[in-house]
Design a protein around this ligand. Sequence first.
Ligand SMILES: NC(=O)c1ccc[n+]([C@@H]2O[C@H](COP(=O)([O-])OP(=O)(O)OC[C@H]3O[C@@H](n4cnc5c(N)ncnc54)[C@H](OP(=O)(O)O)[C@@H]3O)[C@@H](O)[C@H]2O)c1
Length: 286
Amino acid sequence: MRVLILGKNGMLGHDMEKVFVDTDVIALSFLDLDITDKEAVFEKLMTIAPDILINCTGYTDVDGAEKDEEKANEVNGYGVGVLARACREIDATLVHFSSDYVFHGDKKRGYNEDDSINPINAYGRSKALGEQLILDEMESIGADTPKEGKFFIIRTSWLYGLHGKNFVETMLELGNREEPLRVVDDQFGKPTYTLDLCEQVKWLALSHEYPSGIYHVTNEGATTWFRFAKKIFELSKVRGRVIPCTTDEFKRPARRPKFSALTNNMLPKLRPWEEALADYLRSRKT
Ligand SMILES: NC(=O)c1ccc[n+]([C@@H]2O[C@H](COP(=O)([O-])OP(=O)(O)OC[C@H]3O[C@@H](n4cnc5c(N)ncnc54)[C@H](OP(=O)(O)O)[C@@H]3O)[C@@H](O)[C@H]2O)c1
């Protein structure tokens, strides 16, 4: 079983490689393969001939995407379409990561896998484009669709991990300052530890039990950025002081969905986010 991971230097890609270490894994960075280069993608995939391709690449600068939507679409949209086409060609399983930001955020309860998407920012639109191009590829297989999953779109949210810029690290960095931190308390989502996500993906990809489609994988429990920050300080014993503020008080170039908690109706659930966070904080010390 050969596994190819793309985006190995990213936060998720780094942990993915670690979790798949006991398989025949090959991991590539942006320098090894630019997913927007169609010819290079086909050539590389034909040569490596993976059974499973795990795409951890992405244009992930949510505010930057507002200024350069074309670039975001190139990587998160059309590049993903090329990967899907190439996977179909070589009969490989594609695992791809999408985001809670494909949703509008006006729902009061968690978003289900089959809820309509309606992104409110450029990053969300680019991720929605990537999803659509995979679904198109899936559909074009039509009646020949194998029971065993070939295309997995994994929506996840609010990621933090040991090898990338993330909210937990930002809070710990800023927590030592004198003045209190103002953190948004009216956006709801589900924080997710990259290692938990990687373990679940490995289990899903190797189980051969689930059909192609959209899956939601996050740690359990929804919270706000403010409550997330408070928990980070409580568990890490860093003496950071936080005060709640509203989205309107904290202007950013890209709008964020107010409520983007993803409900997992298909797979075994991951542990609560507080437990995962405690584990993460312990492991960053060792
Ligand atoms: N972080 C989150 O909270 C979150 C939430 C939901 C979904 N996701 C999705 O999860 C995936 C991984 O996210 P992450 O947080 O690990 O992102 P990340 O740390 O920004 O990593 C993304 C990686 O993609 C690489 N990359 C960018 N453009 C590329 C291209 N054209 N060809 C090949 N590689 C390219 C980057 O390489 P360079 O570093 O060399 O540029 C980087 O190593 C993304 O698809 C993201 O949209 C993330």
